[in-house]
Design a binder for this molecule. Structure first.
Ligand code: 746
Length: 630
């Protein structure tokens, strides 16, 4: 069945750079947009040739302009992007009007799509990272609000049903690309908007405003379109920037995540301030041990505004700004459950990707690292928390002599340093000139996933468990794509970050272990319970044997850190698994998730799914789950 063409035209298409780093190329394609798909074709004298690709319109999640790259030729002045379930397409319109027409038409057709995004990337993804935010994962969540989302989802009738991170944040200002010199673009106000405090300017419906700064994803600095005076839109930059500076301000996190972090802190008066589901409002969340008998409770207080535009938690105590209000309540409970005693933060100082790291390509100065606390010991020795250059948290593996095959490791280190993904624990560098050798990595404040599940698993909801597995799957898909085998994937070798994101650690490190008990498949330290049959029989490692281990990891997560095949020793596991015996379905796992685990445990490696497939299956469950989120 053919569906009717809505819009058709020749546009320049940028190659999709499926490999992480490959040069971009640009081809003219005939784009045909129907009610079903956006397809693009070869063409010859306007005649449609071979179909080169097609996107199902139901899978489109965002269509928006892209900031043009510097020094672009004329034919690439009007880029726009189509974000869809499996990818990201960049297309260049022929002129401003042509781009507006495409965007408007696309938007009209996708407006009821179920999984529209509320954030997008204003910059191109080029050479392995987004120019706007430097994130290196092509599927990384957007870093700027996608305004049409708010317009499409009428906040007045639907926001209660949306998951926290999709809730509209402020009145809509749909961006219209501008040509002004000192302006980043022009915005047209959709509604009248009255000032909320004295730093606000009022906005008039249909009036144009220049955007003079879009640094903050949530707020624009705007002036009137004549460019006369640059005022500030809404409660804005100054205030917002100040909020960001406080450790207690955590921005957009879900209620469940917030409660999890506060309970985990476990201290009377642990608190944080987060964005409320209401436009431009904030919520103060506080933990108190003194209520609900033993386990304590988290209370959420909305910051209210009175008729004089002052804000308050307790009516008798009003302030002009959130920081002032918080400072007051740090000293006075004034009607709250407890005073705000212990700020809980999701911010940790991580080494920025732009930081110059050291002398050689990986050598760090030992004197730049101050070791502060022992974190535990691993196969190579003690691991310490450290501060690099007095500022950044790092984890330091102090390599015990004769525990590691160092020459082989150093040969491979450059490859590992270049494996950079938000869900892989980043290797920063090494100090190799004397013993103990230091291996310096990103620091993950919540320790190993296994211990986290054992200590805190009961506090997590199933969607959070799924999210943890999804994080691991993202990292593993990246490794699979780079043909890099982990060889020892298990919950004990994953780490939990301060925001509860899970990252994969110690990938490929098993190859450098000098310990027969670890290497030999009959050794006491060999991970038999995570090994595929071809691994424990013939040491045949592959991405498919990583997939087997991933199935076991999902089982560990949904069993909250139980030991797999609890009642069997390694020899019995080899025997049972070879006979076709598999782990049972953990109580917290749905049938669908159990099916995913079982697919990872197919006896034949080639019949197991790839991580790429797993990621898309899990993604569909994530979406189904999102209704359960608070
Ligand atoms: C860390 C690791 C990876 C090992 C041992 C000890 C600590 C570690 N902990 C971190 C962290 O951010 N990083 C590392 N394991 C290994 O070194 C290892 C070596 C080789 C292998 C496996 C593992 C192979 C066998 C695969 C070759 C922590 N973070 C943060 C906090 C705490 C512990 C660790 C990068 C902690 O003390 C929070 C957790 N906690 C207690 C309080 O609650």
């Amino acid at each position: 069945m053919q569906s009717e063409t809505i819009l058709e035209g020749v546009l320049l298409k940028r190659s999709q750079q499926k490999k992480k780093i490959s040069p971009a190329n640009y081809k003219e394609r005939l784009f045909v947009f129907t009610q079903r798909s956006l397809a693009y074709y070869d063409f010859d004298k306007e005649k449609r040739g071979c179909r080169k690709g097609s996107i199902d319109i139901k899978k489109i999640r965002c269509v928006e302009t892209v900031n043009p790259e510097e020094c672009t030729p004329v034919e690439r002045q009007y880029p726009f992007q189509i974000v869809y379930k499996e990818g990201l397409l960049y297309v260049y319109a022929t002129n401003q009007e042509n781009r507006r027409q495409w965007l408007e038409t696309l938007l009209k057709e996708i407006k009821d799509n179920p999984f529209l995004l509320n954030k997008y990337h204003p910059g191109f993804f080029t050479n392995g990272k987004f120019l706007c935010c430097n994130q290196s994962c092509k599927t990384a969540p957007g870093c700027a609000i996608w305004e049409p989302y708010n317009t499409l989802r009428d906040p007045s009738n639907s926001k209660e049903h949306l998951p926290g991170n999709l809730k509209p944040k402020r009145p809509s200002l749909p961006p219209i690309p501008g040509e002004g010199k000192s302006s980043l673009g022009i915005a047209v106000a959709e509604h009248d908007y009255g000032p909320q405090d004295k730093s606000d300017i009022s906005l008039m419906k249909n009036q144009k405003y220049h955007i003079s700064s879009d640094k903050d994803p949530d707020w624009w600095k705007v002036g009137d379109a004549d460019g006369k005076e640059t005022g500030r839109s809404e409660d804005t930059s100054a205030e917002k920037e100040r909020l960001q500076d406080y450790e207690w301000y955590v921005g957009d996190i879900s209620r469940a995540q917030c409660e999890q972090l506060l309970r985990q802190k476990g201290k009377e008066g642990a608190f944080m301030v987060r964005n409320s589901s209401q436009v431009g409002k904030y919520t103060v969340s506080v933990f108190s041990v003194a209520v609900e008998n033993k386990s304590g409770a988290v209370k959420h207080y909305h910051i209210h505004t009175n008729s004089e535009n002052k804000i308050y938690l307790a009516q008798d105590h009003c302030f002009d700004s959130v920081p002032k209000l918080i400072i007051y309540h740090q000293h006075n409970s004034a009607g709250l459950l407890t005073r705000l005693r212990h700020p809980v933060s999701t911010k940790a100082k991580k080494v920025p990707s732009t930081a110059p790291l050291g002398n050689g390509p990986w050598e760090l100065r030992r004197t730049d690292i101050v070791l502060t606390k022992e974190l535990g010991s691993g196969q190579f020795g003690v691991v310490q928390l450290g501060k690099w250059k007095g500022e950044y948290d790092v984890a330091v593996k102090m390599i015990r002599e004769s525990s590691m095959s160092e020459d082989e490791f150093l040969e491979e280190a450059q490859v590992m340093m270049n494996l950079s993904h938000p869900k892989l624990v980043q290797l920063y560098g090494m100090c190799t000139e004397k013993y103990p050798i230091y291996i310096v990595t990103e620091f993950m404040s919540n320790g190993s996933l296994l211990s986290y599940l054992k200590d805190h698993g009961k506090e997590l909801q199933p969607f959070q468990l799924l999210e943890m597995c999804y994080n691991v799957c993202e990292a593993m898909e990246f490794l699979e794509h780079h043909q890099f085998i982990h060889r020892d994937l298990a919950a004990r070798n994953c780490l939990v970050d301060n925001d509860l994101a899970v990252k994969v650690s110690d990938f490929g490190m098993g190859r450098f272990v000098l310990d027969d008990q670890y290497i030999s498949s009959v050794g006491t330290k060999f991970s038999v319970k995570w090994s595929a049959p071809e691994v424990f029989h013939y040491s045949k490692f592959s991405s498919k044997s990583d997939v087997w281990a991933f199935g076991i990891l999902i089982w560990e997560v949904f069993s909250l850190g139980k030991q797999p095949y609890e009642l069997y020793d390694n020899t019995q596991v080899v025997e049972k698994v070879s006979q076709g015996y598999r782990l049972y379905r953990p109580q917290l796992s749905s049938e669908e998730i159990y099916e995913i685990m079982c697919s990872c445990w197919n006896e034949l490696p080639e019949q197991r799914p790839t991580f790429h497939q797993l990621l898309s299956w899990m993604e569909s469950f994530r979406e189904d789950d999102s209704d359960d989120r608070p």
